[in-house]
Each structure stands twice: as C-alpha cells, then as structure tokens.
Write a protein that binds this ligand. Structure first.
Ligand code: PEP
Ligand code: MN
Length: 337
C-alpha cells in the first residue's frame, strides 16, 4: 500500500511511519517528492489492519496499489523518475543516445567506435565484454580484457559506459568499470542476478525478455527495486512473434504504456528490435516520437568484420546522420538531444 503524507511532513514524522510499518514486519520504501513524501509499505498488508496508519495526523491518505508491481508503478510515484548515469540524466528533457559495438572486439576497434560516438555527440558508449550468445561456439566476449578497453575509451572520450552483466560472479569486475549495468533480454528473469544488481548502488538497464509481457518486465524491475536500488531504466528491444522478416518485432506501443503504468524511464533498442541496419534509424525516430527517453544503437565501422550482430550495425556515417535527424525531431517535440 501507499501512504501519502500531508505536504511538508517532517523527518521525525516520516520516521514514525517507517517505524510502524517495520514493526509489523513490512518493508518501508520512502519516495520524497518536491512537496510530498510517499511511503510504500511492501509485504502482507493485513499486518497493518490492527494499527491503521490513517490515525497519524500527518498522514493524508492510505491507498492500495492495484498493480502487482508496487515500487515500479506510477501509483507509487506519480512524477517520472530521472536516473543519473555518471552525469547523464535519463528520463528528463534530453533524448539520451547510447551507442557502440555489439561486443568489445579489441582495443583499437573499440576506440575507433568510441571516437565516432563522441564526435557525433552521443551520450554513452555501449559494448559487451561478456556476450550472451545463442551458440557456445561463437565469440563469447573478451571478458575482463574488454572491460579494460571500455575503461580506456571512457578515459579518452568521457562517455559513460553501458555493459552487460551476465553472472553475479563477474559483478565485481563489471562494477569496477561500468556506469550503467545492462541486464540482457535473456536474463530478464534471472532472479538471482536481479537481486544482485538490486543490492548494489549503480543504475541498471533492464532489457525486456524476448518472450516477456510488459507486466513481467515491470515485475523484474520490482525485483531490483525491492532490494533498495531504485535506479532502473527499462528497455524495449523487440519480442518474438510469427513475423520472420525482422529479427524481432519491435513493440513500440509499450513505450506510452510504460509511461502510464510506471515512473521509470524507458529507452528503445531498434538494433536488436529489427536486426536490419536499414530499419534502425526509422525505428529510432519512431521510438522518440512515441515518447522514449532515449535509444540504444549498435555502431561498427566495418560490420562485415564484426564478431557479432554485423547486419544490424550502423556505419559511422549513418549514425551521424541519425543524430542529426534525432536532433531535429527532439526540437520539434520540445526536447533536446
Ligand atoms: C545487447 O544489447 O548486446 C544484447 C545482447 O541485447 P539483448 O539482451 O536485448 O539481446
Ligand atoms: Mn548485439
């Protein structure tokens, strides 16, 4: 349930509510808005029947959360969340662009793409050091070596790093170098992994599972948030359907739907969402038109040499062109790039 306090409730009053919630074995999650504080009580709410929180004079109202996800819901937090990724704000005015190769393939290649992303005014550098591949015989990523190249690329360009974490055993290494921890589509319901990133304090990019419903995506976010980490960015990256003309079916309708149901920022990945280079720019623009907070795209200077996902990689020139188009679109929508 959600406990809405009267405007300008004091810290002492907030503590009293938290104490009461915790005394009956529930967890309290505090969300401080500019005027009001809202407190979520998570757990078996029947425990509070004996000690109704409405009795406190500084409590304005107590509301049940109708959705199965609580902390991720708009009901819990009516204003949109903004997540700070090493200085880049996701969920605000700016349309945020994360770009880079599918995988970190080597030092020089990564630096080449990083410079191109920087030169085109991209905001973050993406690249997998640990790759979730369908076949065990294909390139699995450079691991820690790849993380070091990402760190070097950040030192040179200043771009924050987005990279995937696949296994809690690799968390220490990934957390040392990454600014935004990606949980890939295949791991969206890897609950141990979700709890791992939930108890750490870096922002998480949670990609929608390829066969997951929106409710399942929001419940996966809830796993992370219920451990105390509220810094979650959602990502639509296409789902499996009968359509085989594209790699996945990019479900852009979830963007405005997520905005209604949740306060969390949402970005779109049209690279995995389509699997085809020529579809990436139009769908990136469509995503922003639909209200996405940003996009993530794969870029490679020589896609024919790429060790993974070459067919969906944008060439640097096409990426630069896309940035120009996004800039004009953002301006038309009253936003900035
Ligand atoms: C990726 O972004 O590198 C990736 C593997 O994406 P997904 O998990 O969406 O397939
Ligand atoms: Mn990829």
């Amino acid at each position: 349930m959600i406990i809405v306090l009267k405007p300008h409730a004091t810290d002492a009053e907030i503590s009293q509510v938290i104490k009461r919630i915790e005394s009956v074995g529930l967890m309290a999650h505090v969300s401080k808005g500019t005027e009001r504080t809202i407190i979520g009580a998570i757990g078996d709410e029947r425990a509070l029947q004996e000690a109704p929180l409405e009795a406190f004079p500084f409590v304005e109202k107590v509301l049940p959360v109708l959705q199965p996800y609580k902390l991720a819901s708009r009901e819990f937090k009516p204003e949109g969340s903004t997540i700070n990724v090493d200085g880049v704000l996701v969920g605000g005015q700016r349309v945020v662009v994360m770009a880079g190769p599918c995988a970190v393939e080597g030092r020089e290649r990564l630096l080449e793409v990083a410079r191109c992303v920087r030169a085109a005014n991209g905001h973050m550098l993406r690249g997998g050091a640990y790759k979730p591949r369908t076949s065990p015989y294909t390139f699995q990523g450079l691991g820690e070596e790849g993380l070091k190249y990402l760190a070097e690329a950040k030192r040179e360009t200043g771009l924050p790093i987005v990279t995937e974490l696949m296994d809690p055993r690799e968390a220490a290494a990934v957390y040392e170098h990454a600014d935004l921890i990606q949980i890939g589509a295949r791991n969206m319901q890897n609950f141990k992994l979700l709890k791992e990133v939930g108890c750490r304090r870096k922002p998480v990019l949670l990609k929608r599972g390829m066969s997951s419903t929106l409710k399942e995506l929001l419940l996966a976010a809830e796993y992370i948030m219920s451990e105390g980490n509220y810094q979650v960015i959602l990502c639509e990256r296409g789902i499996r359907t009968f359509e085989d003309a594209t790699r996945n079916t990019l479900d852009l309708s979830v963007v405005p739907l997520i905005k209604r149901l949740s306060h969390l920022p949402v970005i779109v990945d049209p690279s995995h969402g389509t699997g085809k280079r020529e579809l990436v720019a139009p769908m990136a623009l469509a995503a922003v038109a639909a209200g996405a907070d940003g996009i993530m795209v794969e870029v490679h200077p020589r896609p024919e040499e790429a060790l993974s996902d070459g067919p969906q990689a944008l060439l640097p020139a096409a990426f630069t062109q896309l940035m120009g188009d996004l800039d004009r679109l953002a301006a038309a929508l009253g936003r900035t790039l």
